[in-house]
Write a protein that binds this ligand. Structure first.
Ligand SMILES: Cc1ncc(COP(=O)(O)O)c(C=O)c1O
Length: 390
């Protein structure tokens, strides 16, 4: 039948103002970079600590290419594992304070691997209603029943747990930092409820590591819950600046995922360059928390000033700063005008966020200077007034 019917679907997406225009980047991830041929301020990258173009990471990647080449050869269970992968797994486990860790190709695949591996028919998954798409898809791949609870609401989670009496196993799963809102999960309450109801706890720390906790060890460390959370999912693509994902937890969990996590078994491993650069990122964070502190100084400053201008930044308490707009077409207009003024800050609409809750998602980084942030604030004020947002 061909795929021509997709043209109508694309038209419908455009008509609703939900079409995402993907811009082209032609210089490294820095505070300022070249986008669609223009030098603009980078306010949309997850490169929280500047590792994506860090000299030490680049040198580590180059050395790994010289020693091991550019590709892993195949899936680790079929063609063997490179020593570097094992070294990074040990280093990540030590960083997170867990017994073990297991690498995946992305944070997305870490969720897709883990949820269906540890739950199935007869089980119930309790999932925050705003969880990331990779958690939602992981739940869909499991044959378990999924019960959604109200966002960050332990009261509703308790009610939902009490309503389930026939589950073989129970899993509570939540984002640590919610990637579109910048608020954080009430993990101590979730862990307490899990104990009461004999449930496992899984937290996706994609936006927490490198950001929250001592030296950026993540949300579990932030709450002093090391050893109390069964499964931590992480990504190497955000604060670590590279590419890849992992699960940290008990040695038993990680051994099991190497046997039954489908993306581990059916998709090739990370490249030596990815792994070596990630190793360098973890080492830098272990040695010093200077970049994490700088990230938070910038975050506090920008959040305070943008709120003073009259913008609504929702419930964010992290460097992820949503500037709420509402209508998708208006958010797209704000993003386009900011770009004309020298700022790349992407608008985000449905299906990434609920309909009617479109926003500009501003990402603060340790590489921004105070002048960069002041420039951004000045342009937000200008365009915000022009569009009647403040
Ligand atoms: C909460 C959360 N989990 C998982 C992912 C996926 O991570 P990755 O980009 O490594 O696949 C993201 C990033 O988009 C995320 O925000």
């Amino acid at each position: 039948m061909g795929v021509e019917f997709l043209a109508d679907e694309l038209e419908a997406i455009k008509a609703q103002g939900l079409y995402t225009h993907i811009r082209t980047i032609s210089s490294p991830q820095e505070a300022w970079f070249e986008v669609d041929g223009r030098k603009v301020l980078n306010l949309c990258s997850n490169n929280y600590l500047g590792f994506a173009n860090h000299q030490r990471l680049k040198e580590a990647a180059k050395r790994a290419i010289d020693r091991l080449g550019v590709g892993p050869g195949a899936v680790r269970t079929i063609a063997g594992t490179q020593d570097l992968h094992l070294e990074l797994e040990r280093k990540l486990a030590a960083f997170k304070g867990t017994e073990a860790a297991v690498l995946f190709q992305a944070g997305f695949t870490a969720n897709l691997a883990t949820i269906p591996a540890i739950t199935g028919a007869g089980d119930v998954i309790f999932s925050d209603e705003l969880n990331h798409a990779s958690i939602i898809d992981g739940c869909r791949l499991s044959k378990a029943r999924v019960v959604r609870y109200a966002h960050n609401d332990p009261g509703d989670l308790k009610k939902k747990l009490e309503g389930v009496t026939d589950a073989r196993r129970k899993l509570i799963v939540t984002d640590g930092v919610f990637s579109m809102d910048g608020d954080i999960a009430p993990l101590p309450e979730i862990v307490a409820l899990a104990r009461e109801h004999d449930a496992m706890v899984m937290v996706d720390d994609a936006h927490g590591e490198g950001v929250l906790g001592d030296h950026g060890r993540g949300i579990v460390d932030h709450y002093g819950l090391v050893g109390e959370v069964d499964i931590e999912v992480g990504t190497l693509s955000k604060a670590f600046g590279v590419m890849g994902g992992y699960v940290a937890g008990s040695a038993l969990l990680c051994e099991f995922l190497k046997q039954r996590g489908r993306p581990f078994l059916f998709s090739s491993a990370l490249t030596p360059a990815d792994v070596a650069a990630s190793l360098a990122a973890v080492e830098i964070l272990e040695e010093s928390d200077e970049l994490v502190r700088r990230l938070w100084d910038n975050t506090r400053y920008f959040k305070e000033e943008i709120r003073k201008l009259g913008f609504d930044t929702g419930h964010s308490v992290t460097p992820i700063t949503p500037v709420m707009v509402g209508e998708a077409s208006k958010a797209a207009k704000l993003s386009a005008r900011l770009f004309e003024e020298g700022i790349f800050a992407q608008s985000i609409g449905y299906p990434t966020v609920p309909r009617g809750k479109a926003r500009i998602r501003v990402m603060i980084s340790a590489v921004h200077t105070r002048d960069d942030l002041d420039f951004a604030l000045e342009k937000f004020a200008l365009v915000g007034r022009e569009l009647g947002l403040i």
